[in-house]
Ligand binder design. Structure first.
Ligand SMILES: Nc1ncnc2c1ncn2[C@@H]1O[C@H](COP(=O)(O)OP(=O)(O)OP(=O)(O)O)[C@@H](O)[C@H]1O
Length: 488
């Protein structure tokens, strides 16, 4: 009974592992048993490799403990099993992208394995981990064409100053893997997500790590618009062959914001060939985009499908703790003393993205320099006055109630009413939780604004929604959408 063995195994793992680890690595696995073989299917290579590295021996132990002498062999594969053995939550879409966009999608999910690049999924014992060969680093002996300058890497974007949080954990782990093993398992690495969330930073961090490892590696970073401009210039100058040679001679090609390729057919054509050549040559590519590639209009299907050959990972907006950590980190780099309560205050108010957060911090620092005052909440309120006023307008209790009612297609009056049916009670709880999170109103004040309810009702609502955000992808999605529309 594979279901039972694996179910018991995951029950144990659930108690042993932090929930985030469990949800990220174990939950997506599906199991199937044939005779003495228990196969665990991972949805992509990233998860498979991680599980093989970190959890395989524990899984073996548990299976042996559960089944004793008759314990089946456990193998790990990429693909989807015949039936799910547990209630795996749907993967989370990135904010701003349609629900279908997975948080991580791998090249080799069943049915998408390109024949030229990869063998069909192989049965591999869980324990031994295959180490991908290091790609050959080519000396940059070729002449660079006059049309293509070697765009530079930003040395300041490194792994060291990238603050890890729940929202970017997978992307960071994937980027580190690529830095350690360029041109192999995760090629291309495709990072996607909303603006200002650290995609460019991560991409440079990989490039800098590659350079640190091999100083003469030819790592080229550029914005996709630059690729287009260079190509147009090359065509004008009759230098397209040089253009091709240049881009194909790199050890790693990092292209930012590839959404700008949309509708530029000639550039896509050129990029398609460059892409294939680099992939064939085992040269690493990292691409970023503001949305999931499959959702990108105006991009050729063959490119979309190739982007999915490597590893596609979302970067999501950072949660409060990460925003605080980023602020502390940036202040530290700027040599500024930022008291934790001040960092907390800014992080609570500025939630849209890290770039905005940095912008706000810069304003505060400038104002501290200018006035000679210490950085405290008073100074922050003063220097971010216009921004905060705008926000206060957006996150008033009234507006939260209106926005939530509209979102769930109910009346604001329903939120105040005594009605307890699920279709009204849940939105009410969501609205109360948003009010607690986004405003400085006390629990009694919030309760009062929802038809004179008690503060314990608000507390209960906040706990319930917190729990549901862990267990229900619908609520998680609703909450995220509402947060976004109230704060950006
Ligand atoms: N986790 C993080 N730790 C430290 N700094 C971060 C983090 N995430 C983002 N940043 C900083 O925020 C700023 C914006 O990040 P970045 O330019 O990488 O965003 P992006 O996702 O590429 O956005 P866009 O799509 O607009 O190009 C950068 O200065 C970057 O260093």
């Amino acid at each position: 009974m594979p279901g039972i063995t694996w179910q018991r195994c995951i029950d144990r793992l659930q108690t042993e592992l932090p929930s985030q680890q469990f949800n990220t690595w174990i939950r997506p696995l599906q199991a199937a048993q044939e005779g003495q073989m228990l196969t665990l299917f991972a949805p992509n290579r990233f998860i498979k490799d991680f599980v093989a590295n970190k959890f395989s021996s524990r899984i073996h132990e548990l299976v042996r403990e559960i089944e004793g002498e008759l314990a089946p062999d456990v193998v790990l594969e990429i693909g989807s099993g015949p039936q799910p053995t547990h209630d795996a939550p749907p993967v989370q879409p990135v904010v701003g992208s349609p629900q279908s966009a997975p948080l991580v999608s791998g090249a080799a999910t069943a049915g998408s394995i390109p024949a030229v690049r990869q063998a069909p999924p192989r049965r591999e014992p869980v324990a031994p981990q295959r180490v991908a060969p290091q790609p050959r680093v080519v000396e940059s002996e070729r002449a660079e064409p006059s049309v293509a300058h070697q765009p530079g890497l930003l040395g300041s974007y490194t792994f060291d100053n990238f603050v890890e949080g729940k929202s970017n954990q997978l992307a960071l782990a994937a980027a580190r893997q690529v830095a350690e093993n360029p041109g192999s398992a995760y090629n291309p690495l495709f990072l996607y997500g909303g603006v200002g969330l650290g995609k460019t930073h991560l991409m440079h961090a990989v490039g800098n790590a590659l350079r640190a490892d091999k100083p003469d590696a030819k790592v080229v970073y550029l914005h996709s618009e630059r690729f287009v401009a260079d190509m147009v210039k090359a065509l004008q100058l009759n230098a397209i062959n040089e253009f091709k040679r240049f881009y194909r001679s790199v050890d790693a090609l990092l292209i930012d914001d590839i959404q700008f390729f949309a509708k530029k057919d000639r550039s896509q054509e050129e990029f398609f060939h460059t892409f294939n050549a680099l992939l064939e040559g085992g040269q690493q590519m990292i691409l970023t985009c503001d949305r999931y590639p499959k959702e990108l209009d105006g991009l050729e299907e063959r490119l979309k499908s190739r982007f999915g050959w490597g590893l596609t990972v979302a970067v999501e907006p950072p949660e409060l703790e990460t925003r605080v950590a980023i602020l502390m980190n940036k202040a530290n780099q700027a040599g500024i003393e930022l008291p934790p309560e001040a960092a907390f205050f800014i992080a609570q108010r500025i939630r849209s993205n890290v770039r905005e957060l940095e912008g706000a911090l810069k304003r505060v620092i400038a104002s501290a320099h200018f006035t000679g005052k210490p950085v405290d909440i008073e100074l922050i309120k003063e220097s971010l006055k216009d921004l905060l006023a705008l926000q206060d307008k957006q996150v008033s209790l009234d507006n939260i109630q209106r926005t939530v009612a509209e979102y769930y297609k109910i009346k604001v009056a329903d939120l105040m009413s005594r009605r307890r049916s699920r279709s009204v009670a849940r939105p009410r709880q969501v609205a109360m939780t948003l009010a607690k999170e986004l405003t400085n109103h006390s629990l009694p004040e919030i309760g009062d604004s929802f038809g004179g309810r008690d503060h314990t009702t608000v507390l209960h609502a906040c706990r319930k929604i917190k729990e549901l955000r862990e267990t229900s992808s619908d609520i998680r999605e609703d909450y995220k959408n509402l947060l976004r529309s109230l704060t950006t």
